[in-house]
Design a protein around this ligand. Sequence first.
Ligand SMILES: CC(C)(COP(=O)(O)OP(=O)(O)OC[C@H]1O[C@@H](n2cnc3c(N)ncnc32)[C@H](O)[C@@H]1OP(=O)(O)O)[C@@H](O)C(=O)NCCC(=O)NCCS
Length: 152
Amino acid sequence: MEVKPLEAEAERRACLEIAKALPEWFNEAGLKVMERDLKSETTFIAVEKDQVLGFITVKPLNDKALEILWMAVRREFRGRGIGTEMLRFVEMWAKANFEVLVVKTSGDLNYKPYDETRKFYERRGFVGVALIDPYPEWGEEALIYVKCLRKC
Ligand SMILES: CC(C)(COP(=O)(O)OP(=O)(O)OC[C@H]1O[C@@H](n2cnc3c(N)ncnc32)[C@H](O)[C@@H]1OP(=O)(O)O)[C@@H](O)C(=O)NCCC(=O)NCCS
């Protein structure tokens, strides 16, 4: 498995298909924004035998913080370390230019799918720093996670 920048239109479509098959995490409104972000922001994909298995999209929040906008792994390949590998790649890539990684996830602590997501980030060193309820753009609660890329 290799992690590399998204380049081709077919790869972009594959990313969207991966997310569409995960409706517990991504609704129609989210998919629309994702489609736009996949065109305009930086995305890295995990590829094996010409198949896109996952993606991670990032965007600078400012000159010190890089935000993970989207991340997903093809449903049948979840839990095999692909997400961890993509995150590690982004951390290495971001280290030279940014001090922290930021990610916003659902702050609905009773919703199980996002509970898995939150645990994924927490086990990889992300620290929850704020629960915003409601987060204006979403109309629902958001939990903000931060991870230092250098010693802080
Ligand atoms: C979050 C996500 C990107 C992680 O990618 P991944 O390839 O599954 O991640 P890994 O295999 O490296 O690690 C998965 C961890 O979640 C755990 N996990 C819990 N429930 C799981 C499930 N149903 N399937 C897979 N892994 C699960 C694994 O046991 C593993 O635990 P660990 O932290 O103790 O190692 C991926 O699972 C995914 O696409 N989730 C749905 C969408 C999402 O939450 N996106 C992020 C928000 S934008």
